[in-house]
Ligand binder design. Sequence first.
Ligand code: SF4
Length: 80
Amino acid sequence: MTDRPIRSVAIEAGCIACKLCQDIAPRVFLVEDDRDCVVRPDASQHFAALREDIEQAARDCPVEVIKVEHGSTPAPAPRA
Ligand code: SF4
């Protein structure tokens, strides 16, 4: 676990289209045609708000093909 912001999310070959990641974060992941999962083109605008969901999807993916890269700077502290 890290407090650094998510920089990128990618899905490597080997997805079994179980839809778990789509169920967790449907604004980020999309299973197309019950065959392949993709990261939605506009997903990056949700990286900050959905960081925990994205990291949970990556942890829970049964074949571990979701790769999350984090930036080098800490995430900004929530505003009071
Ligand atoms: S959780 Fe993993 S195997 Fe399941 S649809 Fe998402 S990327 Fe594919």
